[in-house]
Design a protein around this ligand. Structure first.
Ligand code: NIG
Ligand code: FE
Length: 406
């Protein structure tokens, strides 16, 4: 027996995200039952007698999958406006990090904040993301850098998912930076991650994936490999901040571990891209960090395209390199700065972002069986979602078939 319909969205022009061109359908309908998409079709194929608990006439507006932000560091305390000023005066991101600022300054504030305060500050950012159309978000730890504080950050991430109308995937990023108590003892900190932090996060069910920062101011390839081996032994998928500031061959290592994604990639080379293509690893492009650090090395988008590596786009929401909660603005930057097409950018926050989180069976496109996570926009074509700088033409947002106030 077919279940009764909860929601019938009529007269919408759909970009399902299932085709690479992001074609816009003729006036169509989406029927939703038990939070999932039950049927999709053109208005001509809609039986006159179909009824649902809620019916909405979209007036011909554009309907897309709900947006997926597949790379954020949403849980942190305070801000880094002072370091922003220092960088404007000439200090580099690496200079500030080596002088004990950067990730470590957010570490201090995040450790000081209790769980309720951290939740309060992070929930504000999550609300902003949702206001711009996000229905699924990945949230990393990485500003706690000790057993106690990494678990605290992951608990906050899980709590955010429970209290807001959004799906949250959590990622343990204990290998983000070296905490001061391990100064000069990076390998000992890797032992701590591998022996204690990671197993405990897994035991408590707090982590869906494991990430690292492989770079001159992060961890070496060998240290990253140890973290990945531990993750694999515990059955968790990996991903990596790779080739952001220099080429450490992190993307190739990530691919060896069949990583879900390799992220940033400004300095990746062709063998790295080829390895990603073979492993099915998604390239997550982060134009906000590129812009905010005034980077000049572009990620090799043509190379990624040529090798058929799926490209996702995310905010990288974090206080040091990308203080933004505006995913549609990242679409604009991905096109303007990185030369993605509007269709590629949109797939980057829908189908390809779902793949980067291993959620592609249930999220990321408008197809029967998937969650009814949907955005209705005051727009007629994907290019209109992308081209206006900082606009947010979101009209209505649905999470698991329920309309959520914007
Ligand atoms: O994705 N690259 C490392 N991690 C973050 C920045 C973190 C910070 O500076 O606080 C990033 O850019
Ligand atoms: Fe990041």
């Amino acid at each position: 027996m077919t279940p009764p319909l909860d929601l019938l969205l009529r007269n919408v022009r759909i970009v399902t995200g299932a085709d690479d061109a992001c074609a816009v359908s003729p006036p169509s309908f989406v029927a939703v039952a038990r939070g999932r998409i039950a049927r999709v079709g053109t208005m001509q194929t809609l039986d006159a007698g179909v009824a649902a608990h809620d019916e909405i006439d979209g007036g011909g507006a554009l309907l897309t999958p709900g947006l997926i932000d597949c790379h954020t560091h949403l849980v942190y305390a305070g801000d880094r406006a002072r370091e922003f000023e220092q960088r404007l005066q000439g200090a580099s991101y690496e200079d500030i990090a080596r002088a004990g600022g950067g990730i470590r300054s957010t570490l201090r504030l995040t450790r000081e904040a209790d769980e309720a305060e951290l939740l309060r500050q992070s929930a504000q950012r999550l609300q902003e993301l949702m206001r711009h159309g996000v229905t699924t978000v990945e949230i990393k730890s990485g500003y706690g850098l000790s057993l106690e504080h990494e678990l605290k950050c992951l608990r906050v991430a899980r709590a955010l998912g429970e209290q807001a109308a959004v799906d949250v995937r959590t990622t343990l990023l204990a290998a983000h930076a070296l905490p001061p108590e391990f100064e000069g003892r990076a390998n000992d900190y890797i032992d701590e991650i591998v022996d204690r932090i990671l197993p405990e996060a897994v035991r408590l069910g707090l982590a869906d994936a494991v990430d690292g920062f492989c770079d001159t101011i992060g961890f070496t390839l060998a240290q990253t490999r140890r973290v990945f081996e531990a993750a694999r032994a515990l059955g968790l998928p990996v991903k990596l901040h790779a080739e952001q500031l220099s080429n450490q061959h992190g993307a190739a290592l990530a691919a060896q571990f069949r990583a879900l994604s390799a992220d940033h990639l400004e300095h990746v080379d062709e063998p790295g891209v080829q390895a990603m293509a073979r492993a099915g690893t998604v390239a997550v492009l982060l134009p906000g960090a590129y812009y905010f650090l005034r980077d000049t090395t572009l990620p090799p988008v043509d190379l990624l395209r040529r090798h058929g590596v799926p490209m996702a786009v995310a905010t990288d929401c974090n206080p040091g390199t990308s203080p933004t909660t505006h995913l549609p603005l990242m679409l604009n930057m991905a096109c303007t700065l990185f030369r993605l097409t509007p269709a590629e950018a949109l797939l980057g926050v829908t189908r390809h972002a779902a793949r980067a989180l291993s959620l592609h069976a249930t999220h990321g496109t408008i197809e029967p069986g998937k969650w009814a996570d949907l955005c209705l926009w005051d727009a007629e074509a994907p290019a209109q979602l992308v081209y206006a700088i900082g606009a947010s033409p979101l009209r209505r947002r649905f999470h698991h078939g329920l309309e959520q106030p914007g």
